[in-house]
Ligand binder design. Structure first.
Ligand SMILES: [Zn+2]
Length: 279
């Protein structure tokens, strides 16, 4: 039988790690774990994640109604429950505000692919939601278009939410993403980001499938695995647009989509040559 006290202890330990990593300032962030079909342990509102005791935690039902605990449950538990309802295998959800990953959500910059092997294997493409007021029903629903295709989601102008069958793994995805976003920003500061070639990227996706991780990029036909194609259709609604990072496009989803970019480069090259002659 599941030891609920042990689950609560583990949530406190993960909270401590979130706080020490700087992923949850003041009382930011919340953590949950599903202990039965109808019950979820979650963190309370207004508490530092670095100083929680098992006794501080709450138990809610799948609609967010508090069943036990002396403190009031976090209002953001609705986000956790929305994920758990969509993904029955998910037991744990971690939400926090890791600065480097959150920066991508503030800039609405898609996280580029094909840079680090571990990120390709464990995360793949990371979607960014549209913004909604935290704690609202609408806010919880912003993850719905992405929840089946990712294990971590960036919440626009807010933070991240990651989920898995264990607490430890749900935490890992956040740690991997924030470390990655930090490296991207540092490399960008050095002036150059090198991306994998198409065969290098394809080899990593093969390895990923072998290791038992599914990647939605493999379902897409003629899709460039480095070009952020999986969530591209959501960008219009979410205001996401690549500005800082431009991964190479090897082959394109449609010829029509590729043509304008190629034409633009060509036009620019011709303009440059003409201008040079004129000078
Ligand atoms: Zn939050």
């Amino acid at each position: 039988m599941l030891n609920v006290h042990k689950v609560k202890q583990e949530i406190c330990e993960i909270g401590d790690r979130l706080y020490k990593k700087g992923f949850a300032a003041a009382n930011d962030g919340n953590i949950s774990y599903r202990i039965s079909e109808k019950e979820v342990v979650c963190t309370p509102t207004l508490i530092s994640k670095g100083f929680m005791k098992p006794d501080d935690l709450c138990i809610v039902d799948m609609e967010g109604k508090q069943l036990s605990g002396r403190r009031e449950r976090t209002s953001e538990v609705m986000l956790h429950l929305a994920i758990m309802k969509e993904r029955p295998e998910v037991k744990s959800v971690v939400h926090c505000h890791p600065p480097h990953a959150t920066a991508f959500g503030v800039a609405r910059e898609p996280v580029p692919q094909c840079v680090l092997p571990e990120v390709e294997i464990f995360l793949g493409e990371v979607p960014i939601t549209k913004y909604a007021t935290p704690g609202s029903r609408e806010f919880a629903d912003t993850i719905l278009p992405f929840v089946h295709k990712a294990n971590i989601i960036i919440l626009a102008n807010h933070g991240t939410v990651s989920f898995a069958e264990t607490l430890e793994k749900a935490y890992w995805w956040t740690e991997i993403l924030d470390a990655y976003c930090r490296i991207l920003l540092l490399a960008k500061g050095l002036g150059r980001v090198n991306y994998f070639s198409e065969p290098e990227a394809a080899a990593l996706l093969q390895l990923k499938e072998k290791l038992g991780f599914h990647d939605p990029r493999t379902e897409m036909k003629n899709c460039d695995i480095c070009a952020n194609d999986v969530f591209r259709e959501s960008w219009k609604e979410t205001g996401v647009e690549p500005k800082a990072f431009q991964p190479p496009r090897f082959t394109c989803t449609t010829a029509a989509e590729a043509a304008p970019a190629e034409q633009e480069t060509l036009i620019q090259a011709i303009t440059d040559r003409v201008m040079a002659v004129l000078r």
